[in-house]
Design a protein around this ligand. Structure first.
Ligand SMILES: [Fe+2]
Length: 316
């Protein structure tokens, strides 16, 4: 247990490499500078921190986020998002996204699952400047199912052998929205959507964290299309290996949501697994998130990511 007595808060790690629960702070009660500093340090150290029984409304959620950075304002948000608070995005109906493209939830998941580790992602990872952090609060949660899992990509990188660390830190990879999607026969509304809203970026396979200086294994099962300069076959094998490494249970933490729970993660140093064990259950799950604007990633060689299509730094 790590107690920051000056700030009056307690930071209790919950797994060996990632995750800490923070108690003693009311997020809606305008945390003071010392508390904000202690929370920031805990996020950088533990990659994701959890708060219980918070009473945030949309405005307080945004005000809290603002203490740590600039909230992102999305041009396109879910239909359940509060119209008057553009920084807050609400995910209410799990059928909504597939339904928008004429698919039921099963088909939507099936057509997008090009790898068994498909669900692992960082938020908006195909952009040139993925958000630095996400602050997600639970509104309505199922009585069981619907947990979220995060993995520490700094620990995953450190856990590779030295020769492999050296090799992958020289590589780049293309990250793309909709990678691996298997189109429906005939006219497919999602394919049209992907063509109209293409986002792709060449990111370093190992990025240097802008605040901690740690090396981050920058992979996920959702956006990474191909490792640059390798053959497709080489890339596929190496990606499998790296993704398996990135999601090894020892680098992960799993969180059971309750109404009022808040998770605050470093989106530069983690990937997370959206739940898929509740799709067949008929329980509502309503979550609200605010993301903080992030930097363009930089590789070990000091070179930044390059946009291929569809995004520019700071432009959402
Ligand atoms: Fe996410």
């Amino acid at each position: 247990m790590t107690t920051d007595r000056a700030a009056g808060i307690e930071v209790n790690p919950v797994a060996g490499h990632i995750g800490a629960e923070i108690t003693g702070v009311d997020l809606a009660g305008e945390p003071d500078d010392a508390q904000v500093a202690a929370i920031r340090a805990a996020v950088l150290r533990w990659k994701v921190v959890f708060f219980r029984d918070q009473k945030l409304d949309h405005a307080a959620h945004v005000a809290f986020a603002r203490r740590f950075g600039e909230p992102v304002v999305l041009r396109r948000r879910g239909s359940a998002s509060p119209p008057d608070v553009p920084e807050v995005e609400t995910t209410a109906d799990r059928l909504e996204l597939g339904g928008r493209f004429g698919m039921d939830h099963d088909e939507w998941l099936r057509r997008r699952r090009h790898t068994l580790l498909r669900g692992w992602h960082c938020d908006h990872g195909a952009r040139i400047d993925p958000p630095a952090a996400t602050i997600l609060r639970a509104d309505t949660v199922p009585p069981y199912g619907g947990d979220t899992t995060w993995s520490n990509l700094a620990a995953a990188y450190a856990g590779l052998s030295a020769p492999l660390r050296e090799f992958v830190s020289r590589l780049r990879a293309e990250h793309r929205l909709g990678v691996g999607y298997q189109p429906r026969p005939g006219d497919d509304a999602y394919v049209r959507h992907l063509l109209d809203h293409q986002i792709a970026t060449r990111h370093p396979l190992v990025r240097v964290h802008p605040e901690t200086g740690e090396r981050i294994l920058n992979v996920n099962g959702y956006y990474v299309e191909q490792i640059t300069d390798l053959s497709r076959a080489e890339s596929a094998h190496l990606l499998d290996l790296l993704l398996e490494q990135a999601t090894r249970p020892e680098y992960t933490v799993r969180f059971r949501w309750q109404p009022g729970s808040v998770a605050f993660w470093d989106n530069r140093a983690t990937i997370h697994l959206a739940p898929s064990d509740n799709a067949h259950l008929d329980f509502p799950r309503v979550m609200h998130r605010v993301m903080l604007a992030g930097d363009v990633p930089v590789g070990v060689d000091g070179r930044p990511s390059e946009a291929i299509v569809g995004s520019a730094p700071g432009r959402w």
